[in-house]
Design a protein around this ligand. Structure first.
Ligand code: NAD
Length: 421
């Protein structure tokens, strides 16, 4: 796992070389601002006490309070939390949100907990971190295995501890507790807006474009549905049980209905005769756009040479390894990076925070319009930087983020300023 953080830093250094950054900026961005490691002591249903490792990292707050989800996962560790918090710093900067980057995790297998144990664990997280988070300091959100009810327990626990409901302390809340309309489909919708904005440059014509999704969950389903409605052909989908491929295409609505009933995409109805393939083979299937939407490190130097897609649309966080970046670039495959492609989620989280603070709640249409405007503007900005610096879109997105961070960090004074240079 330490390689994950090193690999994130390599991307930072490579983008920094394209810019005239102040030394102070790299000095600050090379390390997380603060990471609080703690132990959650939780009373189990059988009366015993169990301890769970937990972390919350505020990577950088130059642009505003830190923002990022809380993950409950048995493989979580501090390096993973730091890397995800670093990516959040870059993502918020790419889309110009007044937020820095943060992330949290608890090392736990939630499938082994009863609902009451899960509630105690979620409340204990806030018990340990109430002084670390706050609407103007650090704003958590859901991530893997932290759904709406977990967030509801957390907001409630924060209210008990601070003697008043502060909905802006956590985003991704259920609607009755101050959640935003349009958060559910925001990540898939944001990626859809980015792809459609860039389609002419990418020589994409919906009628002739075949798309495959690795991991048919929340982000993938909403993106697939919007593309399908516009005439794209969805040729492949996968989940943890395997993958299906049909050159004649499939209707995402029917795949979702089947997955909800059977717990898997395998056996779902498609337009022609579906082929069941191995999950890893979906990444190299015959398609025009490949959308990894599940896990980290899926496209690596080992399989990058076999990718058939012309465009990779990164819905997942970190699905392409640092080593695979150059291999894709050399083969002319355009990768729309995670820090741009999946930023729709944090953008609507920002809208939720704004609504909570104003006490004024928006219609779904307003959320969608504001999201579209934001994603299209920043996709255009990133494309212009790509042309200007002759780099890939990932390099361009990092340059875009670094310019904003450079301006905010330098505005507080630099070595040149203090030396009177
Ligand atoms: P989700 O839990 O709804 O869906 C994940 C899907 O991936 C599930 O269908 C699961 O079966 C599948 N999966 C798991 N292991 C797999 C494997 N080995 N091969 C193929 N599929 C596998 O999660 P989500 O919210 O859609 O998030 C997916 C990715 O998008 C994650 O990387 C997440 O960090 C990222 N992301 C999500 C959001 C969001 O708002 N949902 C925002 C930003 C980034």
């Amino acid at each position: 796992m330490p390689e994950m953080f090193e690999s994130a830093r390599k991307r930072l250094e490579s983008a920094a070389r394209k810019l005239d950054l102040h030394d102070d900026v790299m000095e600050i961005l090379n390390y997380p601002k603060e990471t609080l490691s703690s132990t959650l002591e939780v009373r189990m249903d059988d009366g015993s006490m169990k301890s769970f490792k937990a972390w919350r990292c505020r990577y950088n707050d130059a642009l505003g309070p830190t923002k990022g989800g809380i993950r409950f996962h048995p493989a979580s560790c501090m390096e993973e939390v730091m890397t995800l918090a670093f990516w959040m710093t870059m993502k918020c900067a790419v889309v110009g949100l007044p937020f820095g980057g943060g992330k949290g995790a608890v090392q736990v297998d939630t499938k082994k907990l009863s609902p009451k144990e899960l509630e105690r664990l979620s409340r204990q997280f806030i018990q340990n971190y109430a002084r670390f988070i706050g609407p103007d300091r650090d704003i958590p959100a859901p991530d893997m295995y932290t759904n709406g009810i977990v967030i509801a327990w957390m907001v409630d626990q924060y209210a008990r501890m601070t003697d008043g409901l502060s909905p802006a302390v956590i985003t991704g809340k259920p609607i009755p507790l101050g959640g935003s309309l349009g958060r559910e489909d925001a990540t898939g919708r944001g990626a859809y807006y980015v792809l459609r904005k860039l389609e002419d440059r990418l020589d994409i014509d919906p009628k002739n474009t075949r798309v495959a999704f690795q991991g048919f969950g929340n982000a993938a389903y909403h993106c697939a549905q919007l593309l399908y409605d516009d005439g794209f052909t969805i040729v492949g989908v996968s989940d943890s049980s395997g993958a299906i491929y049909d050159a004649d295409g499939m209707d995402p609505e029917k795949i979702l209905a089947h997955k909800k009933k059977e717990g898997s995409v395998l056996g779902a109805p498609t337009n022609g005769k579906a082929e069941e393939i191995d999950g890893v083979d979906l990444l190299t299937c015959d398609c025009d756009v490949l959308a990894p939407a599940a896990l980290e490190d899926q496209i690596t130097s080992e399989n990058a040479g076999a990718i058939q897609a012309r465009v990779v649309l990164e819905l997942a966080n970190g699905p392409t390894s640092f080593d695979a970046d150059d291999a894709l670039l050399e083969r002319g495959i355009v990768c729309i990076p995670d820090i741009l492609a999946n930023a729709g989620g944090v953008t609507v989280s920002y809208f939720e925070w704004v609504q909570n603070r104003a006490g004024d709640y928006w219609a779904a249409e307003k959320v969608r319009d504001r999201l579209k405007e934001k994603m299209e503007t920043e996709a255009e900005n990133v494309w212009q930087i790509k042309e200007e610096h002759d780099v890939g879109l990932r390099g361009a997105a990092y340059v875009h983020a670094l310019r904003r961070l450079n301006a905010a960090i330098s505005a507080r004074g630099t070595r040149e300023y203090f030396n009177g240079d």
